[in-house]
Design a protein around this ligand. Sequence first.
Ligand SMILES: Nc1ncnc2c1ncn2[C@@H]1O[C@H](COP(=O)(O)OP(=O)(O)OP(=O)(O)O)[C@@H](O)[C@H]1O
Length: 232
Amino acid sequence: MLSVNQLDVAYGASQALYGVSMSAQPGKVTCVLGRNGVGKTTLMKSLSGHLEPRAGDIQWQGKSLKGMAPYDRAKQGIAYVPQGRDIFAQLTVEENLQTAFSALPKSQRFIDPEVYSLFPVLQKMLKRRGGDLSGGQQQQLAIARALLLRPKVLILDEPTEGIQPSIIKDIGNVIKLLRDRGDMAIVLVEQYLDFAAELADEFVILERGRVVASGEGAELKSSEEARRLLAI
Ligand SMILES: Nc1ncnc2c1ncn2[C@@H]1O[C@H](COP(=O)(O)OP(=O)(O)OP(=O)(O)O)[C@@H](O)[C@H]1O
């Protein structure tokens, strides 16, 4: 289990998270929801090791991740797909996938064909440059690259942002499939309540850096409070 306990995170003098606690379990999708600027990305960057909290702790399988760099967290199986995707525009799709290899032992440095069965479009585009892909295809590439790490925790920061509906549906199906395998904890940041409600087993809602609601995914669809907190 990934557990976040009383996390405070600040950018210099400006505090972005206040006493945030949450957990994510294998075989479940945990959705982190909230409007723009409430601290969702700050929380994800703290999980991935790109930001070090001012107070509180993050534990994976009972061990603190304090001070552990993103690269070492990736080696521990914590994979992060950032908002904006971070695809290398000048590298081909294949080369983008291969950038995952540096965090893998030599025996695992190959592109698992499963990635192509999850995202068939990538196989067709292996020699195309990352920058020539559509936003949706780049998102699929970023998720595929993270999956090559054989993650135990998969962190997806707004994978649906700016993406056409058919690809959103495909990404939703992949998330369900990965969840149903039972060995991966998925943390999904979302702005769209309907997409989140369809996938969430658990949820937390942030407002101004604090957790203001949490519960079982099944409650999300009918939750008036969720609608109020997420309405623009
Ligand atoms: N690099 C930074 N330096 C200073 N303040 C920052 C920085 N990044 C984010 N913030 C501030 O921290 C707060 C939380 O931002 P964050 O990006 O985590 O929110 P978010 O919920 O992910 O928003 P969005 O949905 O727009 O991505 C905001 O007030 C934001 O202005």
